[in-house]
Design a protein. Structure first.
Length: 239
């Protein structure tokens, strides 16, 4: 019996893998042209769906432009390391076309940039400080940058959430969530004050919580239009 347990444990370790978004997933870095943006979005959806317990998914230290509406489900015991940048934008000439092509739900509303649901023991991290760039204001409906739904034991660390079109980070129905050493930066200019243009970054918030239990957010910075932490719904044990 002991030998069988050892074999099973070794088999699990051997099955775990490091999956590189560029080298293994086929994503193309440094290209914001239309075909690449669409392709990179599809490849991120496909890559995340292949992850198994123990796997590490790595976005290398490059910039990947992609379409939003990414939704990963049922991930357990995996690490997602964003070492580079995921940029939800195309060229300036394609900005209108970009939002018209943005994936939508059955109610017609835009899907969020990144949605993760039914996770357990998942770590979102970076080797330095990875960046999620929402591309700022969108022409039509505004998607959230990162949403985590109905999950438990989630760690988010060393990430830079930048230029979210709407709420930056939403956790809903999450138990045991820790967010640390991360930064939210939602500004339309680089001025050290909120001028009239920066005030257009409304409702970009920092960290929003709904019906969460046992949450610890610490060693984080947030520069948003709200300029204060925001809570929605019932959040218990917010430390």
């Amino acid at each position: 019996m002991r030998d069988q347990c050892i074999v099973l444990a070794l088999s699990t370790l051997c099955a775990a893998a490091v999956f590189d978004f560029e080298a293994d997933g086929g994503a193309e870095a440094g290209d914001d042209t239309w075909d690449t943006v669409i392709s990179n979005g599809a490849k991120l959806n496909s890559s995340l769906s292949k992850l198994r317990e123990g796997d590490v998914f790595v976005v290398p230290t490059k910039t990947f432009h992609l379409m939003g509406g990414i939704h990963a489900r049922n991930l357990h015991g995996v690490t997602i390391s964003i070492d580079g940048t995921l940029s939800f934008a195309s060229t300036a000439l394609n900005s209108g076309r970009y939002m018209k092509a943005w994936p939508r739900g059955s109610d017609g509303g835009v899907l969020d940039c990144l949605t993760f649901s039914n996770l357990s023991r998942v770590r979102f991290t970076s080797a330095s400080r990875g960046e999620l760039d929402g591309g700022g204001a969108k022409q039509e409906d505004r998607p959230r940058l990162l949403t985590v739904l109905e999950s438990d034991d989630i760690l988010v660390e060393r990430l830079h959430f930048r230029q979210s079109p709407y709420w930056t980070f939403l956790a809903s129905g999450v138990t045991n969530l820790e967010v640390r050493y991360s930064r939210v930066d939602n500004r339309r200019t680089h001025a050290d004050r909120h001028d009239l243009l920066d005030l257009t970054a409304f409702n970009t918030d920092g960290f929003d919580l709904a019906h969460c239990d046992t949450v610890w957010i610490h060693h984080c910075e947030a520069t948003t239009w709200m300029m204060r932490p925001e809570r929605t719904g019932g959040a218990e044990a917010l430390l």
